[in-house]
Design a protein around this ligand. Sequence first.
Ligand code: ARG
Length: 270
Amino acid sequence: MNRELLMSDATHFRVDYEINPYMCTGVQPDPAAAVAEHAAIAAAHLAAGRKVEYLPSAPQCPDMVFTANAAVVRGGRAVLGDPPAQRQAELPYFRQWLTEQGYDVVAAPYPFSGQGDALAFGDLLLAGYGYRTDRRMHPVLAAELGYQVVPVRTVSPRWYDLDLAVAVVGGPTNTLAWCPAALDPASQGRLRDLAVDLIDVDVDEAARFALNLVSDGTTVTMTRGNPGLASALRERGLQVVELDTTELAKGGGGIRCTALTLDNPPATTG
Ligand code: ARG
């Protein structure tokens, strides 16, 4: 998993509006630093042996660097995101790219944050709702992609996308990392009931986007400055590569947000 990713670039990354609590139009990314930070993330994926596809960002799309919100992809099918109005202009670019690559592209009938709220975990889909995603998307995702959906609700706009509160790590111990305090009690119960290896991450590390990571089950690429999670991953035999995400954080995103997974395994049953 996560050996084939779609990325864009940070060339046009800006904070033109505030659609999550981390964005402040008065605090702009440094353009050169943002480009360098993003290039370092792409280089780390390549160094880990991952394939990176590239779609250039459009000037009128200041959040296009966050490709994770474009869709969720499984096998030959992609369900497009349906983002807030400020990001709708991104959609035609992603739709066209996915179509040209041969994916069956399905539009979302309700608000949907794409992979930001849809984390594949084997045949399960950990599916967020309540902020960017309408819960009515869950049966749509189940039907279109063949996932068994596990609904997970976050409790604050700090976790406006599930990929800030939960991370699929996989690896030798089939691990999930999560910030329990970011989820409502029923959702906490649903994740505990999975009976998988769970790494608890505290609110401080989660708020520094510790969980917004990309793992292929061997190497985990994550935000620097989160020693609790980094050491828990190393204890499980994973390689951990820590990178600076200061500029991307001004848009309310991190490493996971900049990579749309293209190789989610197809259904093993049914
Ligand atoms: N500024 C972007 C937005 O608010 C950040 C998106 C981050 N993506 C993510 N998957 N969490 O839409």
